[in-house]
Every structure is written in C-alpha cells, then in structure tokens.
Design a protein around this ligand. Structure first.
Ligand code: BGP
Length: 478
C-alpha cells in the first residue's frame, strides 16, 4: 500500500509534571505529583500529604523544562519534529482547582511554549490531564469520586480551549484513562483520579474506581463538546494505554480469560469512541452489585461527546493464564500474569514486543475504525555519558527501529490509519512509575540524577541523529 502519509506527525511526547519542575513558581499550586516521593533503591515510592522538607520530591525540579523550554524546542526542531505532545499542568492554571479565575502567569507560560513550537512549524498536541490534578481537589473533594470535579475540570478545559484557540488544534482529555483498572495500587489511583485508597476494603476500592472513572468519562465527553464548539477545527482524542493481553496457551480457558482481560482494559475506549457503556460492563455492575451514580443526562453527554481519534501508548504486551481458583473468569489483575518465554525484557522487566505493537494497531482498527495517534512508545534505560560527552544508546535505537517498522507495516500491509508517532520522553524526564531520573527515554540527555542534582545541561544522544534521519526520510531510513 505504499508508505506513510506525507503529513505524518513525527514528534515526541512529554508531560508537565514529569519535566517542568518549577513546582511552586509563578503562582502554581501543589499538584498530586508534588506529593509523591521518588522510588530510589530500597525505598518504595510514598505519598506524603503534607510537604516535608526532608523528603525528596523529584517532580519539584524534574528536567527544569520551565526554564529550558526554548533550548529544548530548538533541539526538537533540529530533529525535524512536526509535532510535540505535552500536557498542561492543571495547578499552574487553577492553583487550587476550584479558583474563580485562572492564574494568568500559568496561562502565559504555555502561550509562550506553544508560540515557540509554532515558530519552528511544530504542532502542539496537548493533553489536558496527564496524571495530575491540584492536590486541593483531593483533600477537599476526594478527587474524581466527587461529581463536582466534573465542573471544575470542564472549566479548566474551556479556559485552555479558549486561551490557546489560535495555537492548538490537537488535544487529548485524560492520559491513559484505562490504567485505573489497576485500582489496587494506591499510587496509580492517586495519579489517575486523585483517590487515596488507604483503609478501603476491596469492594470500596472497586466502587471508588468505577465512580471516579465514570465522572472522568463524563468530563471528557463534556470537554470534547466544549472544544468542538470553541473551534470546529479542533481534533480531540482519548488516550488509552494499549497493552494487548495474550493467552498463555490455546486452552480455551486461557483464551476466554484473556478476552475478559481485554474487555476490562478497553471499555473506557468503547465509551469514548462509541458513546455508551458496553453490555459486558452493565452486566458486571449488575452481577456484582455495583451501583455507580450514572444518570440519564450522563448517558446523553457520553453519546454526544465522542472523540475524533484514539491516542494510545504502547510499551509492551502482557500474557495471562486462567487460574482454577477463579472459575468465573472474574479478575484481570496482575495475579493472572505469566512470563512470556518468547520475549526479551527491558532492564525494568518490561517485555519487548514489536509485533505486539502491530497487533495492537490492528486490534484497535478492527474495534473502533478511528484514526490512531501513537502518542507514547519507547524503552526506559540507563545511559552512560562518555568522557567526550557522547552517549551511545543502541538499545534505544533498536527498540524504536523495530517498533517504527511494525507501525509502518500496520499502515502499509494492514491498512491501519495511523496519523502520527510521538515516542515517550523525547527529552529525558522523571519516570512516572519509579520517580527516577535514571530511567531514561530521551533522544536528548538531561544532566540530573535521581536526587535531582546536576547541571541540567542538554546533550544529544546517538538516537538524536538516528531519529532525525527517520523523520527526514518519513520512515524509510530506519
Ligand atoms: C506511561 C505514562 C507516562 C510515562 C510512561 C513510562 O504510562 O503515560 O507518563 O511515565 O508510561 O513509564 P515509566 O515512567 O514508569 O517508565
């Protein structure tokens, strides 16, 4: 079928809380990310509701993009970026989340960042909520468990759509909205929906997750409608994490368990793309005595707020097996995971599976028939700076080469409609899962360590030059 479209959106992706730093500068409020510690060796990440001076919070400094954005965007332009995915820190715009008026300095910061992108013909691709919210909303309202937060979010979204009307056309509402199916992990829930699970029973955790997810989905659908009304040219997507589930064997029980796991991970996309809850979720609520607050008006909102494209992240596949102690095929959590002997793993134990990427793109095309935008992909790895300042990262090039090849095959051999590709963490940033700087994804190295100490000097890795030629050749030189 030929090659990628001529206007294919090559770029890279970052998120405000993992890169900006300047956590309390120019009126920014405290966000969820600011109260999460690092996850240094021998110390798990922690949530500390009141800031303590002796605790280390990596997101407070991150890569100091707040003060380096001009230099960073210039480097991205050298690689030939056509787009740049970034997020807006909600607490930079509304420091408490429920303020009457926005913080002008926060609005101004992103105005300048977008202007800098546009100067180099780089289209900003903006996520409204990437794993954060003003922490005040967690304390006062209990995060997304509270219906009131829908209005607070839509006010934030509307402010952004209006302010950046002439600068931004590609938007996404919530980053990896489906990740919260892993509701047993408190850290994950806090970042996804501002819910602290401490002290809740399993049943209460599950109820909290479905309620929060529903309110987020309603807020997302409202934001889509507001964004379209403000600028009909806006293209507004959802963003889901795509981790295809493989059956461990051809035993029908493994296969059916896998199907259940897929349903449990992708019902979010069913709603955001098709506008209604799939039957299996309604049956699940009914059979498990779950009664989330879902009103008839909410259902109408969901129907009218469907997205224009599917943004997705892809890092790896996952393999699962049926367990005899789970005869109803109920759970799809980590207890079902098994190692896939056919796949190598990264230094952090994530399976490397480029064909799984092609499979994922096909799966999404088959299910949703919507343009796909790959807004995250990549490998976290430790990099070494040589004496002469060079950084050789063949492992990163290998990973990305294989995945871009898979993407191109999905487009040219399988006919999948993919509009762009923005590998994750194109500038080194703080890892979400571990809170470490040393788990790096970038083409651009940032001199800072896991303690946030360094010169913050930027250096080009080997992958920088490699990716530049990939973009120049529209993917034909890999
Ligand atoms: C995705 C998140 C990103 C990013 C990435 C890599 O789930 O959307 O924010 O962090 O994963 O994960 P990690 O940073 O844990 O390596």
């Amino acid at each position: 079928m030929g090659s990628l479209r001529k206007d294919f959106l090559w770029g890279g992706a970052i998120a405000a809380n993992q890169i900006e730093g300047a956590w309390n500068t120019d009126g920014k409020g405290e966000s969820i990310a600011d109260i999460v510690t690092d996850g240094a060796v021998n110390r798990p990440r922690e949530i500390t509701p009141s800031l303590q001076k002796d605790k280390y919070y990596p997101m407070h400094i991150a890569s100091d993009f707040y003060h380096h954005y001009k230099e960073d965007i210039k480097l991205l332009s050298e690689m030939g970026f056509k787009c740049f995915r970034l997020s807006i820190g909600w607490s930079r715009i509304f420091p408490n989340g429920d303020d009457e008026t926005p913080n002008e300095k926060g609005l101004e910061f992103y105005r300048k960042v977008f202007a800098e992108c546009l100067k180099y013909n780089i289209k900003p691709v903006v996520t409204l909520s990437h794993f954060e919210m003003p922490y005040h909303l967690v304390e006062k309202y209990g995060g997304w468990r509270n219906r009131k937060v829908i209005d607070l979010f839509t006010k934030f979204a509307e402010t952004c759509f209006l302010t950046y009307k002439d600068q931004v056309e590609y938007w996404m509402t919530f980053n990896e909205i489906n990740n919260q199916t892993d509701y047993t992990n408190d850290l994950c829930m806090l970042s996804d929906s501002g819910i602290l699970l401490y002290g809740l029973s399993d049943k209460e955790k599950e109820e909290a997750m479905y309620q929060a997810a529903h309110y987020e989905l309603v807020a997302s659908a409202k934001a889509v409608q507001i964004g379209h009304a403000i600028n009909p040219n806006n293209k507004i997507g959802c963003m889901i994490n795509m981790t295809p589930q493989y059956p461990a064997t051809c035993n029908p029980k493994d296969i059916f368990q896998t199907q259940k796991a897929m349903q449990r991970r992708y019902w979010f996309a069913d709603i955001q793309v098709n506008g209604s809850y799939p039957g299996h979720m309604e049956a699940y609520f009914h059979n498990n005595n779950l009664r989330p607050d879902i009103t008839p008006e909410d259902k109408i909102t969901l129907k009218h707020g469907t997205v224009d494209y599917i943004g997705l992240s892809y890092y790896n596949s996952n393999t699962i097996a049926y367990h005899d102690d789970n005869p109803s095929f109920k759970f799809s959590g980590s207890e079902l995971n098994v190692k896939n002997k056919y796949l190598k793993q990264t230094q952090w134990g994530w399976p490397i599976d480029a064909l799984g990427f092609r499979y994922s793109l096909n799966w999404l095309e088959d299910h949703y028939h919507k343009p796909l935008f790959v807004v995250e992909n990549g490998i976290g790895a430790k990099d070494t700076v040589e004496k002469d300042g060079s950084i050789h990262d063949p492992y990163r090039i290998d990973y990305l080469r294989e995945h871009i090849r898979a993407l191109i095959e999905a487009v040219t051999e399988d006919g999948v409609d993919v509009i762009g590709y923005t590998p994750w963490g194109c500038i080194d940033l703080v890892s979400m899962g571990t809170g470490q700087m040393s788990k790096r994804y970038g083409f651009i190295y940032v001199d800072s360590n896991d303690k946030g100490v360094g010169s913050f000097r930027r250096r080009k890795k080997d992958s920088f030059y490699w990716y530049k030629q990939v973009i120049e050749s529209n993917g034909s030189k890999l």
